[in-house]
Ligand binder design. Structure first.
Ligand code: GUN
Length: 294
């Protein structure tokens, strides 16, 4: 059986195209232009690429965006002050603080300071709690995007065994919390595995769908999988590659070449899950501007 490549670029573009139309309508009908504020602290090269991608997507769809860049040496209070300003600015519907932050700034404190109704990343405990309780709220963009890929390719997790590897607040935990909900395109039996898991194979070999989000390059091998499993690779890792001009290339958390023949479908890296993170951020910002959630 041929392995299906799950193309995230197509799904993301479809979502952004729909948002562009709806944004135009929102402006015509209510005079509202969604606004996203982006905060980048320091000069982590990957973070710079991500934040620029988010600003570019705003422009493409017709949102307003502002980007604030602060040096690595900024104080926690200065970060809290800018968020306070954005919390009180009616032209801003979404606030995004790119993570990670420098060590001397408490991520928890910063994320807690974002007004839940503008928390388009879905990281505030209010939105995390709403997700767990099955209430409307902002859902973390990468896991929400994975559900969109599944919908597009008609991969319904209902009744399936899904193994999520990785328990981060950004991907693993919200992915788990989305997948077991008693609703459409959910309703799965979900197991979450992590560095404390003994005998990972035991779980993954029984999985219909494996979601790899642990941040170890090319970790998931063919021997972990059952024949015909569906593999979602959330990893984005830079590894050295002297044949590239940049000196590196991007690989996922899955040994793509090694597992390809064994699985029935797989997301590539790049071009799989990655593009959905930005598309869902745009979707959350639109929902915020339209007052759909709060
Ligand atoms: N760092 C890695 N992923 C993300 C994300 O989805 N949002 C933010 N704000 N920071 C990140």
């Amino acid at each position: 059986m041929e392995t299906k490549i799950l193309d995230g670029k197509i799904v993301a573009q479809k979502i952004k195209d729909e948002l562009k139309v709806k944004t135009h309508q929102l402006k015509e009908a209510k005079g509202i232009i969604p606004g996203l504020a982006l905060l980048l602290v320091g000069n982590n090269p990957a973070s710079m690429v991500y934040v620029n991608g988010k600003a570019k997507a705003c422009e493409e769809i017709g949102f307003n965006s502002i980007m604030k860049e602060m040096p690595e040496s900024v104080t926690e209070q200065e970060v809290l002050d800018i968020i306070e300003k954005w919390n009180n600015d009616d032209s801003i519907n979404g606030i995004l603080v790119q993570l990670p932050l420098p060590k001397h700034i408490s991520e928890n404190k910063v994320l807690l300071s974002i007004k839940p109704s503008k928390d388009v990343d879905g990281f505030h405990p209010e939105n995390v709690g709403r997700l767990v309780a099955g209430l409307p709220g902002f859902v973390s963009c990468t896991p929400a995007g994975i559900i969109e890929i599944m919908k597009h390719y008609d991969i319904n997790p209902s009744g399936k065994n899904v193994v999520v590897i990785g328990r981060s607040n950004i991907v693993g935990k919200p992915m788990l919390n989305l997948l077991y909900q008693k609703r459409e395109f959910s309703n799965a039996t979900v197991t979450i595995c992590h560095t404390g898991t003994k005998n990972l194979h035991y779980y993954t070999q029984n999985a219909d769908i494996v979601i790899a989000a642990m941040g170890f390059p090319q970790f998931l091998k063919a021997e972990h999988l059952k024949e015909g499993a569906i593999v979602i690779d959330v990893g984005i890792n830079r590894i050295e590659d002297s044949t590239k001009k940049s000196g590196y290339r991007l690989v996922g958390d899955v040994d793509y070449q090694g597992v390809f023949q064994k699985c029935s479908a797989i997301t590539p890296v790049p071009g799989g899950v990655g593009p959905l993170t930005i598309a869902m951020l745009m979707s959350n910002t639109y929902l915020s501007a339209n007052g759909d959630i709060y």
